[in-house]
Each structure stands twice: as C-alpha cells, then as structure tokens.
Design a protein around this ligand. Structure first.
Ligand code: ZN
Length: 312
C-alpha cells in the first residue's frame, strides 16, 4: 500500500536514543517500511518546552544533524524532499520521501531570520507550539488562553508567504481562530482528532473541523491511545470513529494520517509502520470505501503537498 504520514517523532528518538533510521526497535524504521510501495514521511523535529531562545534553536540543529546523517546513510532508499517535484522524483526512483517539519515554533527563538534558516535547512512545516507557550502562541495546555502574539501573527504571515505549512496541532483554541483570521492559504492540523468523538484539548471541535474543510486544509488522524478514546488500548475501532466523523462532516479530501509514531503510545495491533495496513484494512472492512481509504492514507496529503510545495 501507499502511505503518507504527516507526523512522527522518530528522528528525535534516533537522536535521544542514539538509534539508526534503518534498523531500530522504534515504531518507524526503513526496515519496517519495506512492504510499503510509496511512502512519504513528514519527520518532525520536536522542541521540548524547557528549551527556549538559542537553546531551542540549538536543539533543532542537533536533531537536524542526525536527520541529515540518517538520510545520507540511506540515500539509496530515502530522499530528502523540499518540494513537490522532489517527492515525485523520489517515487519515480522507487525511493521513500522524507519531508522535514519542526514541532514547536520555539525553534525560531523569536526571530524571523531563524525561520529563513529553518526554511533553508529544508523545513517545510512548522507546528506553531507544543503544549506550552512560546514566542508565537500558547499551546493547548498553557495557562495563558490568549491567541497568537504580535510576533506570532507576523510569523504565520511570513510562513504563508514562503509556502511553509502552518500546523495548528497543539495550539489552543484562540490561537486557532487567529490563524484562521490572518491566513489565506490552507493550513494543517498534522496530528489531531475529533473532540466530538473524544473530548480532549488536543482534538478539534466540529466548528474547527468545518472551517478546515471549507478552507481545504488537512487533518492528520493521530493514533495516540489518549487522543483516541478512554481505553488504554484504544486503536482501530476508535480511530475508525474519528475518521468516520470527519468524513461525515465532509472531510473526504481533508482527512489524512498523522500517526504520532515514536511520540506516543499506540495500541499493540497498530504500533508501527509495518502494521499500518492493519488499520487501512480495518477501515475498509468497516464501511469506508477503498477510494476513501486511499484518500486518507495517501492521496489527500500527496495532493495537498503537491499544491502547496510548488517549485519556487
Ligand atoms: Zn505532537
């Protein structure tokens, strides 16, 4: 099958645990992906909330070095893609496609020139916050419930000008509406589910989902047990409920996958990229058409990235 995943923390784990991307015991490794025909992975470099200012930027650089090293060590299998043409080229050469994101706008340390630096490093998506506050905005667990800062608004506009994808996962509700107000181009929620199906500050309300559908955005379904449902083994059935709900609201072209692999706990049955077909089969066997399954697991994200990451 083909698979396009909007979020994983694998590269950060390779850095912290000194592991290789090729062979490891994480959710994602190149070995585990071998049965996938086409695979595009957005690798997020997560910035811990304790890191701010230069320290946050330095943390990005440290993990980025590991990312580059791992891509280089496996360059016949996987290609670092900076635009839509790169993705197509990689697939044509039977390579996997690696895209780079940053999870936590703290990485730019409050300066737009660092955003340019990130872009030049090949970063094409930035999750504005993690759970707490930073120079740009407040995360969904911050005590500060206000929206984007003045610098945050400048950052979002600057990102859209550069065709860098704005990611609202982890952002608080007010911040979300600020992004809606100041953006013209579509944005993404790379790894968030439905708050109606399972109420959680990390999940999206129906109103948010409706706006994202209207704006032709992208919502990546998150497999973290705690965002899916009550049970510690929440998995296929709960993921199906979230998917079904978003589809029912008209999200046929908006729903994608944002597994959160290597950043969270996933039910055993689907815990790893080698098991992603189990979830796809489950969807197909439970009332989601084959075409919709293909849209969710690959096509929607592929089309979105082709549209947004045009050659410049
Ligand atoms: Zn996350």
């Amino acid at each position: 099958m083909n698979f396009f995943d909007l979020h994983c923390d694998t590269i950060g784990e390779c850095y912290l645990q000194k592991k290789s991307l090729k062979t490891n015991d994480l959710h994602i490794s190149l070995d585990k992906a071998k049965d996938l025909e086409k695979w595009a992975q957005l690798f997020a470099i997560w910035i811990p909330d304790e890191k701010r200012g230069q320290e946050a930027l330095q943390y990005f650089k440290n993990v980025y070095d590991v990312f580059l090293r791992e891509i280089q060590n496996n360059e016949s299998d996987i290609s670092f893609c900076r635009n839509s043409e790169d993705i197509d080229k990689a697939f044509k050469a039977s390579q996997y496609s690696a895209l780079l994101g940053v999870e936590g706008g703290a990485a730019i340390a409050g300066r737009l020139e660092n955003l340019d630096f990130l872009y030049d490093c090949g970063v094409r998506l930035m999750t504005l916050t993690w759970n707490d506050s930073n120079e740009i905005a407040n995360g969904c667990f911050s005590k500060d419930t206000s929206g984007l800062t003045a610098f945050g608004k400048e950052t979002v506009k600057y990102m859209q000008g550069k065709n860098m994808i704005v990611d609202v996962s982890h952002l608080n509700r007010k911040g979300f509406y600020d992004v809606v107000d100041i953006t013209e181009k579509p944005f993404v929620a790379s790894h968030s589910n439905s708050d109606k199906v399972y109420s959680h500050p990390r999940n999206l309300t129906d109103e948010q989902i409706d706006i994202m559908i209207e704006r032709k955005c992208l919502i990546g379904l998150n497999l973290y047990t705690k965002f899916l449902g009550e049970s510690e083994q929440s998995g296929c059935d709960e993921a199906l409920k979230h998917a079904y709900h978003i589809l029912e609201r008209g999200g046929e072209k908006v729903l994608a996958m944002g597994t959160d692999f290597d950043g969270c706990t996933v039910a055993d049955k689907i815990a790893g990229i080698d098991k992603i077909s189990v979830l796809a089969d489950y969807f197909e066997n439970h009332g989601i058409s084959k075409q919709s399954v293909e849209n969710i697991f690959f096509d929607n994200a592929k089309i979105f990235f082709s549209r947004v990451l045009q050659m410049q």
